[in-house]
Every structure is written in C-alpha cells, then in structure tokens.
Design a binder for this molecule. Structure first.
Ligand code: F0G
Length: 467
C-alpha cells in the first residue's frame, strides 16, 4: 500500500499524516486517517518544464493527439501516465474570451473581464478535462467498469468517454428528477447504465462510493485525485491565453468543490516550481440554496489551519443540516450539492490563494446568465454563478474595477435550457412553475418572443416595430 520508490504516488493531503499510497491504488482515501489524497510528484526525479513558454512547441503539432488535447499538451505538469496509455478524445479546445459587455454589467473596467468557456468540450462541460485523466488512470489499472454519482455533467462526460473508446462500461447514479433533460439525454444516448436513486446528489454520491467499494468498480467522481490533475489544465489554458501572465482573480461556481481544489493545486505547484511569480486570488460562488461552503468558510470561519480544519464545527454543521432535513435546492442544478466531498482541499486552496466564498440567489444567477448570453456565450445556470459572484464582489469592493478577472463558465447553455426558456418566454404559467416557485420574481433581461398572426403584413409590421 505505502509507496516508497516511485517518483509519482498518491499522498494524504494532511501534512500531519502525509501517508503515501501507490499510484495504482483506487480507494482514493488515506488508509491511515481517511483523508483525501493528492497525486504527488518527486520533482527531483522527474524533470519539470523550465518555462511555461516551452509548452508553445505543442502548438505546431496539432496532428499529434496529445499535443492537440488542451489537457495533455500540459502533461509535464501532471506526469502520471505513460504516453501510450493516455485516453484522449480531443478535450480542452476551449476559449478565454474578453467580455466588455459583462465587464460593464459587473462594473469592471474595459478589457479586465474574461470568460473561460468550458462549454466547448466534447461533452459540453469542463468535466472532460478531468475525465480524460481519470479515464487514463482507470485504463492504467485495468478497470473494466467506471461509475459516478452526478448532477448530470460528470455522467455525460463518463458516458461519452466510454462510448468513444469502448474500453469500459459506464455506470451512473443520479438523483431521481434531479437532472436536466440535456444531461440525461447524453447519458442515455451514449449508453451508460443509468441508475436513478430515490434521493438527491448527496445520497447518490454516498451510495456510489459504497457500491464502487463492494463491486470493485473504478470511481470517477472528483474524490478521485486523477480527475483533479486533468482539471488543472483549465488554469494552464487561462495562463496560455493571457500570454503566461497571472490574472488577479479566478471565479468559479462551487458544487462538490473539485474545480477550486484543482485550480489551487495547479497554482501552488506552478509557484513552487518557479514557473509563475505569484498566485491569483480564488473566489468560489455557491448558489444560495446549496451554500455549505459559504456557511462554513464565511459565516463560521472554518479554515484549512495547516491541515487541521475545525472538524467539530464541520460535523455539527452537518448534524444540524440533517436534523432540519435541509436539502440542497437551486435552479442551478449542477451545483445543487450540500455535502461537498472536496471541502478540505478547497479550504487548502483558499488559504494558499487568499480566497473568498460568496453565495448568489437564483435570481442573480439567471440575470447574470442572460447577460452572458447577450454577450455571445451560452452557459448553463450553474456556470453563470461565477459572473453573478463577480458582480457581488465588485459591489462590495473586494474586487477592484481594474483588476484582471477570469470567470469560469463551466457548462454549455444547451445542457439545461428549461430555466432559460422560462426566463425569456412570455408564458406566466411556465415562469411561475419553473422560476417563481424558486424565488425568481423578475426577468429583467428577458428577450421575449413576439407573437404574430400568420399574416405577411402583420409579420412585417412586427419586425419594423422591434428591429
Ligand atoms: N458547474 C457545472 C456546470 C457543473 O456540472 C458542476 C458540477 C460545477 C459547476 C461544480 O463543480 O463540483 O468542481 O465544484 N457538477 C458535478 C456533476 C457535481 O455531477 O456533474 P465542482
């Protein structure tokens, strides 16, 4: 179990424990203390890149699948896999788009706000960055079945990797009625065994861990540290697009807290390797109906504390949540999560990157989403939390108008169009059914469809009035 000789291994994140685990172990928990694991590298034995500019050599090699992949072209920064074992389907061709339109909405100066659009991935969300890495590890250890619990995007990603490679069978656990049609369609069409649990994501995640253990199935939820190694590449691509300059802030929606944990690890590894001069600050944005991280970090002051967060405080928070039978509830279904599995790693990331956490309402999320859409990028509700969070942090003055800010748009608009149509549509009944009962009162930036009779003159008249 304990690794001693390999240059790549897994290690308990708590420095007081620091237990090491072999690279091919798939339990993803520290055998001594039960803590989360990192993938760790002995950089004295593996030569790290000398400069981030070295990665530019890959741009000329687009016919090589590993150089083409927006994840694997950075593989020297997570060198856990032999090249002939890597499973890539061309993920990570994503975009950092400057958006003055969004800058104006949030009250930032021109040229200072960027949107990192991860909806361009093969399955339509950022999850593919991590899935290619976990899938590669699964292949290295000879797995035949892979499973996850999901609010929809992880499952879509797993399904697509299994379907494209036929190397493994996908088994996905979803909360009954908790997944958007776009995401469910992906799981079904790509052939995943889809298990609907009578419960929510938090229930499904607990069950999938039990089942994976009992049946020896490879687990691809973000408790899997190899997933997070792949997701580091989102930040490498941000740096690449900014000509290797470090932005001032990264804002990301928070659900299971895999992304923020991964981004933090990416940055402090780059800093430790001398590849960047400083780290950006990180802001995690919760939906108000699923705000465990906000409550613990901002309200109760829970901190990483050198690897010893106040476990009693955390436990009593969850006990109170359970006794009140409090369930996560937000229109941003992707982040409808109350028990974030990566909580300790996220605390570590915020400590090293001077982080903050905010919560935003469904109203704020949908308004921000409408602005992102009107600015030319389509994202799902959860993704727009990052922009809604930026607006809030600008209003508070925590983020200054001239700071360079990157909001991560985690998933594609077509994933979850129900709320979008209800917001822009003109049917009050649909509005009430979909949005009103979640506390959304206004569609301030709605682009309403125009009703016209089937008559040429009337149609022409309507167009002259509106456009
Ligand atoms: N945005 C989208 C679109 C997501 O699908 C998720 C998570 C998040 C943000 C939150 O990211 O968990 O790293 O904090 N979706 C998971 C899923 C839980 O099952 O697809 P996180």
């Amino acid at each position: 179990m304990t690794a001693t000789t390999s240059a790549v291994f897994q290690r308990c994140i708590h420095p007081q424990c620091g237990t090491t685990v072999d690279l091919d172990d798939t339990t993803f928990r520290c055998p001594r203390c039960g803590g989360l694991l990192d993938v760790a590298y002995d950089w004295n034995r593996i030569r790290p890149p000398k400069s981030l500019r070295d990665f530019e050599a890959h741009w000329a090699r687009r016919s090589d699948p590993l150089s083409f992949s927006g994840v694997w072209r950075f593989r020297e920064l997570f060198p856990f896999a032999p090249e002939d074992r890597v499973m890539t389907i061309g993920e990570g061709q994503t975009l950092l788009q400057p958006s003055d339109f969004v800058a104006q909405y949030v009250g930032s100066k021109e040229g200072r706000v960027f949107l990192q659009y991860e909806g361009m991935n093969p399955s339509g969300s950022f999850k593919d960055n991590g899935m290619t890495a976990a899938f590669t590890h699964a292949r290295m250890v000879g797995a035949r079945r892979a499973a996850c619990a999901s609010t929809g995007n992880t499952s879509a990603s797993l399904a697509i990797y299994c379907a494209a490679t036929h190397l493994m069978r996908a088994i996905i656990f979803i909360g009954s009625g908790k997944i958007s049609y776009g995401k469910l369609a992906q799981a079904l069409e790509h052939g995943a065994l889809t298990v609907q649990i009578a419960g929510d994501f938090d229930d499904a995640l607990m069950r999938v861990q039990q089942v994976a253990k009992q049946l020896g199935i490879y687990l691809v939820n973000s408790i899997n540290p190899f997933r997070l190694e792949g997701q580091k590449s989102i930040m490498y691509r941000v740096l690449e697009a900014l000509r290797w300059e470090v932005p001032d802030w990264i804002l990301v929606p928070g659900g299971n807290l895999g992304n923020v944990s991964s981004f933090g690890k990416a940055f402090f590894e780059l800093l430790d390797l001398g590849l960047i001069p400083r780290v950006p600050r990180l802001a995690v944005i919760n939906a108000a109906g699923a705000d465990t991280f906000y409550q613990l970090y901002e309200r109760q002051g829970v901190r990483w504390n050198g690897g010893q967060p106040d476990q009693a405080k955390i436990n009593s928070y969850f006990t109170a949540m359970d006794s009140a039978n409090l369930r996560a509830d937000t229109l941003a279904s992707a982040i409808e999560i109350n028990r974030p599995v990566n909580l300790p790693k996220a605390l570590r990331a915020l400590e090293r990157c001077g982080g903050v956490v905010r919560e935003v309402t469904d109203q704020e999320i949908l308004d921000a989403k409408a602005k992102v859409g009107a600015g030319g990028l389509g994202c799902e509700p959860a993704s727009a939390a990052s922009v809604a969070g930026l607006k809030k942090l600008r209003a508070e003055g925590i983020i200054a108008a001239d700071e360079r800010v990157v909001c991560v748009l985690t998933g594609h608009q077509m994933k979850d169009p129900t709320a979008t149509v209800a917001y822009h549509g003109s049917d009050p009944k649909t509005f009430e059914e979909v949005l009103g009962k979640r506390g959304v009162r206004r569609a301030s930036y709605a682009n309403r469809p125009v009703q016209v009779p089937n008559d040429l003159n009337e149609i022409v008249k309507a167009i002259e009035v509106y456009a």
